[in-house]
Unconditional design. Structure first.
Length: 342
C-alpha cells in the first residue's frame, strides 16, 4: 500500500476544463493534483482532433485544439499542478472528517479535501484494431495516435479509419513515406470533404492506396511484425507489408467507476447544482461534459464558466469559516503574486 498523497483537491480529467479548473483554483490559492486515464493532458482535443480549429474561444478568433491545450498548460504553470497520467480512478471513499480517500488503477492513493470531476463523457479507451495477436504489437508497431510524426516519415504505413484523424495523417505521410495504404470499411468518409478530395487525388497519382475493407490478421516474420492482412469489401484478401499500423477508430468513452461513487445520475451524466456545480455527494464537484443541469450546453466555453464557479464552491467546502471575496486579476495584489506577475 503506497503512502497517500495529501492534497487540497484532486481533479479527475486533464482535458481543457480540468486544466482550466487548476487555474481557477490557483487564483484562490488552492493546489490540485490531476488524474487522467490517457497518457497526455488534453483529453479529446489532444487525442481526437489536435490540428482542428476551434472558433468559439473568447478573444481567440481561431485556435487549434492542441494549441488550446498548450496555452492552458502555459497558463497554469504558476500553480505547479501535479499530473498523474495513464491511470484511472477506481475508488473514492468519503470520510467522516469531510475528506476523501482516492485510489487509482496504478495504486496511487490520495487523501483529498475535495474532488472535481472533469472527465468529459468518461474515461477514454482507444477502439482497438481487434485482430488476433494484435495486442502484442500495440505501442511498438500498432498505434492509436501519432507520437512524433518524424519517426514515421520514412516507414511503410497502413492507416485504418474514415474520420478526420485517419485522413489527416494519410495526407501528411503520403508525401514522405515510401508507402501509405488507407483502409476504411466503406467508401463514404466522416472526414472533411476537402480531405477526402485530396486523398482521392493522391490515390489517382499513385501516392496513396485506398482499400475498402477491414483488418483480418497481423502478418509476422518469426516473432517480428511484418504488416497486416486486409479483407476487402469484395471478399479478396490483401497482405500489406508495413512497419507501422495506425488505427484511428476514435476513443470509446465509458463512465466506468464514476458511476459507482454514489452520486445521482441522469442519462449517464452527473447531476449538479448551478451555484457551485456540486454533485449530490458534498465535496465532489463536476464540470464539463460529464455533468448535467437544466439548460446544459456541452461547450468548452460552458465548462470554463463552470470551473470558475466550482472553484468558489470548492473553497467554501474546504474552508467554510473563510469569508469569500470576489477579486480581479487586474487589481488584486494577492492574485497577481500567485500568478507571478505582481
Amino acid at each position: 500500500m503506497s503512502t497517500a498523497i495529501q492534497t487540497e483537491v484532486v481533479i479527475v480529467g486533464a482535458g481543457p476544463c480540468g486544466l482550466f479548473q487548476v487555474f481557477e483554483l490557483g487564483l484562490l490559492g488552492i493546489k490540485a493534483h490531476l488524474l487522467d486515464s490517457l497518457g497526455n493532458p488534453g483529453g479529446q482535443c489532444t487525442e481526437l482532433y489536435p490540428d482542428k480549429p476551434i472558433y468559439d474561444i473568447p478573444a481567440l478568433p481561431v485556435c487549434g485544439a492542441q494549441e488550446l491545450v498548450d496555452r492552458l498548460m502555459q497558463q497554469i504553470k504558476p500553480f505547479e499542478p501535479q499530473f498523474h497520467l495513464g491511470q484511472e480512478v477506481l475508488e473514492v471513499t468519503p470520510r467522516v472528517d469531510r475528506r476523501f480517500d482516492v485510489v487509482t488503477s496504478a495504486g496511487t492513493r490520495f487523501d483529498a479535501g475535495a474532488i472535481v470531476i472533469a472527465a468529459g463523457v468518461g474515461s477514454f479507451q482507444p477502439r482497438r484494431l481487434g485482430v488476433p495477436g494484435g495486442e502484442v504489437f500495440e505501442g511498438r508497431n500498432i498505434h492509436y495516435r501519432v507520437k512524433g510524426a518524424d519517426a514515421y516519415r520514412e516507414q511503410r504505413l497502413v492507416i485504418f479509419g474514415g474520420g478526420d484523424s485517419a485522413l489527416d495523417w494519410a495526407l501528411e505521410f503520403a508525401t514522405t513515406a515510401p508507402s501509405v495504404t488507407l483502409v476504411h470499411r466503406r467508401s463514404e468518409f466522416r472526414a472533411a470533404p476537402a480531405s477526402v478530395a485530396r486523398m482521392r487525388e493522391l490515390e489517382a497519382a499513385g501516392k496513396l492506396r485506398f482499400i475498402e475493407g477491414l483488418a483480418e490478421a497481423v502478418l509476422t516474420q518469426g516473432e517480428a511484425f511484418a504488416g497486416v492482412r486486409v479483407k476487402a469489401a469484395d471478399g479478396s484478401l490483401h497482405d500489406l507489408p508495413a512497419d507501422h499500423v495506425f488505427a484511428f477508430f476514435g476513443l470509446h468513452p465509458k463512465l466506468g467507476p464514476v458511476a459507482e461513487w454514489g452520486m445521482e445520475l441522469e442519462r449517464k451524466a452527473l447531476k449538479v447544482d448551478t451555484e457551485k456545480f456540486q454533485t449530490s455527494v458534498p465535496g465532489i464537484f463536476a464540470i464539463g461534459d460529464i455533468n448535467t443541469y437544466p439548460g446544459k450546453k456541452k461547450l468548452i466555453l460552458s465548462g470554463f464558466h463552470e470551473a470558475a464557479l466550482a472553484a468558489f464552491g470548492v473553497q467554501a467546502w474546504l474552508y467554510p469559516e473563510k469569508k469569500q471575496f470576489l477579486q480581479y486579476t487586474t487589481t488584486s495584489p494577492v492574485m497577481q503574486k500567485r500568478l507571478g506577475v505582481g
